[in-house]
Ligand binder design. Structure first.
Ligand code: SAM
Ligand code: SF4
Length: 474
């Protein structure tokens, strides 16, 4: 059995000063001029300090909040263009030794039906996802000795090796418990993309309330230090997150920005993505939370995160209902999932495929239950380009190198053409006739906007895709 070394490295620092952040939240005041100054800085694509982020959090009046929304929309267009990258979560197993009170996998929940996908079941799940058109997955695991680094590496390799028809998974991200340095090295060697670990809440007193003592997850510092260990193990593609609803959302935004800036200062690489899930109903969890985040607050927090970290991807999951997702997309979200099934084995399960959820087999309730094709169709109508691009990671453009490339011009040269080509593959292989018609029109429009030389090259590649070639990327 894998023996994890759970001692903290000697240089582990607690960079979250709860008292300081609490005082900042208590002192928030609206200052329109300061808000506009901070917005202007962000529109110059400079990352904000924690104090500047607090200035934005102080904005309460509808007009000023709208200015923040508008700035977030502008920044999204300028930094990311109109692409939205698609992924799907794949739950590998829900055994768990922790007891997080918000989670449908917690160990004390005796009604939970537990299962770990066998190799054969995992292969079938991947094939089902490939049949829908997915190219990018995030594998999700409970925390258990069953899911040690070798197991995570093994399942990752199995996913990459599973190909069906023209389907293949080109990027495997991971959402699992924090590992020790050796463990991170093992999973890195399997070719993972991003390693996601959500701190859940950065507020220590609240953290202790939701994560009972006597579990590994109760160790706040082990989690807070996780990306330091990951980075030393060679993982420079890190996904931070907060589970919103456990504590004051404004404190969490300041803490997440603190974490991002800490990583940037210490390792020269900020997080690749931020996730900001809101807590959802789960088996045995009544949602009468003191710190529940309203839709209006949710919109503010996404827009403010966009402005605070202009070059960090923002992930919004299907936890949120369709109507809200539609609106918030414009504020700078860069990645979404669609057609999501949380039940272990759910992508092959008839009732799950038909949209039914069985909470004692799943982690929480999904808000947007539409199919991938339906979401792609809608996104196309909204003027976006759905993208299945995985190019940067495969060409080694991650971490520090990604930051170098995240400069004006990069999107137009690489991201948009790659989005167009991966969309073309999706339309050829998986789309419904209606979605295909909408998609072809968007490709024509977007290709026409490329500069002439690139347009010609993209035109040639589109013809090759039409003739059956796949995986052509810049
Ligand atoms: N077990 C690992 C861990 O906790 O780090 C892997 C991640 S867990 C399966 C994925 C994430 O789901 C958690 O980090 C948590 O933020 C989120 N989650 C848990 N319960 C939830 C709920 N009721 N609503 C929304 N998200 C939830
Ligand atoms: Fe286990 Fe993760 Fe759920 Fe906590 S959030 S009970 S660690 S699966």
């Amino acid at each position: 059995m894998y023996q994890m070394d759970t001692r903290l490295p000697a240089d582990a620092t607690d960079f979250i000063d709860d008292a300081k952040l609490e005082a900042m939240v208590a002192g928030l005041r609206e200052d329109p001029e300061a808000v506009r100054r901070v917005i202007a800085k962000s529109l110059r694509k400079e990352a904000l300090t924690v104090e500047e982020t607090a200035t934005l959090l102080g904005a309460e009046s509808p007009e000023l909040v709208e200015e923040i929304f508008e700035a977030a929309r502008t920044l999204k267009r300028e930094v990311y263009g109109n692409r939205i990258v698609f992924f799907a979560p794949l739950y590998v197993g829900n055994f768990c030794t922790n007891d997080c009170k918000y989670c449908g996998f917690r160990r004390s929940l005796t009604s939970a039906v537990r299962h770990t996908l066998s190799d054969e079941e995992l292969t079938r799940e991947v094939e089902a996802l490939e049949d829908l058109g997915h190219k990018r997955l995030i594998l999700v695991y409970g925390e258990s000795p069953k899911y040690d680094p070798d197991f995570i590496a093994h399942t990752t390799r199995l996913v990459y090796a599973t190909k069906k028809g023209r389907g293949e998974i080109r990027r495997v991200n991971i959402n699992a418990a924090p590992l020790d340095e050796a463990g991170f090295r093992t999973v890195k060697a399997a070719g993972i993309g991003t390693y996601q670990i959500f701190q859940e809440t950065y507020h220590k007193r609240t953290y202790a309330q939701w994560h009972p003592a006597g579990t590994q997850k109760a160790d706040y510092m082990w989690r807070l230090n996780a990306f330091d260990r990951a980075f030393r193990a060679g993982i420079d593609d890190m996904g931070l997150g907060v589970l919103f609803g456990l504590y004051d959302w404004r404190f969490e935004v300041l803490a997440m920005v603190t974490h991002a800036r800490y990583l940037q200062a210490k390792f020269g690489v900020g997080p690749h993505t931020l996730s900001f899930p809101r807590i959802k109903p789960a088996e045995g969890l009544a949602l009468n939370l003191e710190y529940q985040v309203t839709d209006a607050q949710y919109k503010r927090l996404v827009a403010i995160l966009r402005l605070a970290v202009p070059y960090t991807g923002l992930i919004m999951t299907a936890r949120e209902p369709a109507a809200l997702r539609r609106e918030v997309l414009a504020f700078g979200v860069s990645q979404i999932d669609a057609g999501t099934k949380l039940e272990i084995g759910g992508y092959n399960q008839k009732r799950s495929r038909e949209g039914e959820q069985t909470l004692n087999r799943e982690q929480f309730q999904v808000g947007d239950t539409r199919s991938l094709d339906a979401v792609i169709g809608e996104i196309l109508e909204g003027g976006y380009i759905p993208s299945f691009c995985t190019s940067c990671y495969r060409l080694g453009r991650t971490g520090e190198h990604f930051m170098e490339y995240a400069i004006p011009g990069f999107i137009g040269k690489f991201c948009t053409p790659n989005a167009i080509m991966t969309l073309a593959e999706y339309l050829e292989d998986y789309a419904s006739p209606e979605t295909k018609a909408k998609g072809l029109a968007v490709i024509e429009r977007e290709a026409a906007r490329l500069d002439p030389k690139l347009r010609e090259e993209v035109g040639r590649r589109l013809a090759r895709i039409h003739a059956g070639e796949r995986d052509l990327y810049f």
